[in-house]
Design a protein around this ligand. Structure first.
Ligand code: THU
Length: 129
């Protein structure tokens, strides 16, 4: 699966976002090491803190389908002027499932790419097997 296909899937996912409060529609597409694609959008709530980010929604979809997953690449689309990498909470949740390349993109400039471990150095880890 090419990066462009992942970008297209992420942008499409953003169209499903439920973001009546922020109006900020985010989409995420991730590729598992097993070669499968999962997408997610943000889902807001009137009790704002209950909002689910697009990245964590995509991860939940993947775990729901496959159980144990390792993420190869995760692509995030934001409606911004510059590419906007995942929030801190999502970085910690991504860390649980490997050290993927995280690609952030928007409509208005070039995308950027980081390893998850560069976005969240010294992540919390229980040293699980
Ligand atoms: N949001 C995401 O979906 N992913 C992030 O990494 C950061 C923020 C969502 C949450 C909320 O619905 C909206 O963007 C504005 O914060």
């Amino acid at each position: 699966m090419s990066e462009n296909q992942l970008k297209e899937a992420a942008k499409n996912a953003s169209k499903h976002a439920y973001a009546p409060y922020s109006k900020f529609k985010v989409g995420c597409a991730l590729l598992t090491k097993s070669g499968n694609l999962y997408t997610g959008c943000n889902v807001e709530n009137a009790s704002y803190g209950l909002t689910i980010c697009a990245e964590r929604n995509a991860i939940a979809q993947a775990v729901n389908q496959e159980g144990s997953i390792e993420i190869e690449k995760l692509v995030v689309y934001t409606p911004t002027a510059t590419p906007t990498p995942p929030c801190g909470a999502c970085r910690q949740v991504i860390h649980e499932f490997g050290n993927p390349t995280i690609v952030s993109f928007c409509d208005k400039s070039e995308s950027n790419s980081h390893k998850a471990s560069d976005l969240l150095p010294h992540a919390f880890d229980l040293n699980k097997d």
